[in-house]
Write a protein that binds this ligand. Structure first.
Ligand SMILES: NC(=O)c1ccc[n+]([C@@H]2O[C@H](COP(=O)([O-])OP(=O)(O)OC[C@H]3O[C@@H](n4cnc5c(N)ncnc54)[C@H](OP(=O)(O)O)[C@@H]3O)[C@@H](O)[C@H]2O)c1
Length: 260
């Protein structure tokens, strides 16, 4: 049987890097995408050595609207068929919508939403044609909540949740699976990038990126639509989306995100 090829965005650190290790342990060949070439090359060498797999590195800034089509063209030039697409690259920004730089928030929409949709649109038809493969999107428990003080980030993850659930249903019976991995607070560079480390560092218990990736990878292999790692996060998703009234949820999130 042909060896599976998995393309992972945001593989240079955190959850994406750990997902790369999970797929490498399956003996899948990998295409690693992010901006940090050195970090990608270091990981690629480690995984080639340890698992005897093929690993390709593509340096790309997904905030550039041309990036998804360039990545698609580059995989074609390399003669690679992408069987599994892992849309993991993403970032958040902490602060009130009006105070945060608008351009950076638009970049967030480009990376967290537009690039994810375009990469899906480019690679999915081939998967459907071959009747196999899948897409693992990295959303967040934030996708279940309105997110004052991180409005665009939470909304971007609500998009990922809705989009992934819809595709999961549309693709039933095609042989192509779609999973939304919805982590809660996880030990990565995320909080530094979002500039929210002062608040969360002391207040929040975080899961390790390795454990989050292992759970997401397992749930993807088991063809689950949603993967919410950890009991605390499962409860949060359930309480926020089904048990508490929406006005109470948004007040609670606002208070939590404002903690100093
Ligand atoms: N950590 C958490 O608490 C948490 C919770 C829920 C969901 N998530 C989600 O998990 C995913 C991974 O984040 P993480 O927590 O692992 O944080 P991280 O350690 O900061 O990793 C983010 C990854 O995305 C890549 N990335 C960011 N901007 C990019 C761009 N413009 N172009 C290409 N790649 C870009 C980064 O690579 P380069 O910097 O090298 O480009 C890096 O590999 C994100 O979608 C995030 O929203 C995180």
């Amino acid at each position: 049987m042909k060896t599976e090829t998995v393309l992972i965005t945001g593989a240079s650190s955190g959850i994406g890097l750990e997902l790369a290790k999970c797929f490498a342990a399956d003996k899948s060949n990998l295409i690693l995408v992010a901006r940090s070439t050195d970090a990608l090359e270091t990981l690629a060498n480690e995984l080639r050595r340890e698992h005897k797999i093929e690993v390709h590195v593509i340096t790309s800034d997904l905030a550039r609207p041309e990036a998804p089509s360039e990545i698609f063209a580059q995989t074609g030039k390399l003669g690679l068929t992408v069987d599994v697409l892992v849309n993991n690259a993403g970032f958040g920004l902490h602060g009130g919508f009006a105070e945060l730089p608008l351009l950076r928030q638009l970049e967030m929409i480009q990376v967290n939403i537009a690039a994810l949709v375009e990469l899906t649109g480019l690679f999915l038809p081939g998967m459907i044609q071959r009747s196999c493969g899948g897409i693992l999107n990295v959303g967040s428990v934030a996708g279940f909540l309105p997110g004052p003080q991180m409005a665009v980030y939470y909304a971007s993850k609500a998009f990922v949740l809705s989009f992934s659930e819809a595709l999961h249903e549309e693709l039933r019976g095609t042989g192509v699976r779609v999973t939304d991995l919805c982590p809660g607070p996880t030990e990565t560079n995320f909080f530094k990038v979002a500039r929210s480390h002062r608040i969360r560092e002391t207040r929040t218990r975080k899961m390790s990126a390795a454990l989050v990736a292992q759970i997401g990878h397992r749930d993807f292999r088991n063809e689950k639509c949603l993967s919410v790692p950890g009991m605390q996060n499962k409860m949060l998703a359930l309480v926020a989306s089904k048990l508490l009234p929406r006005p109470a949820v948004r007040k609670l999130v606002n208070r939590y995100n404002k903690l100093k």
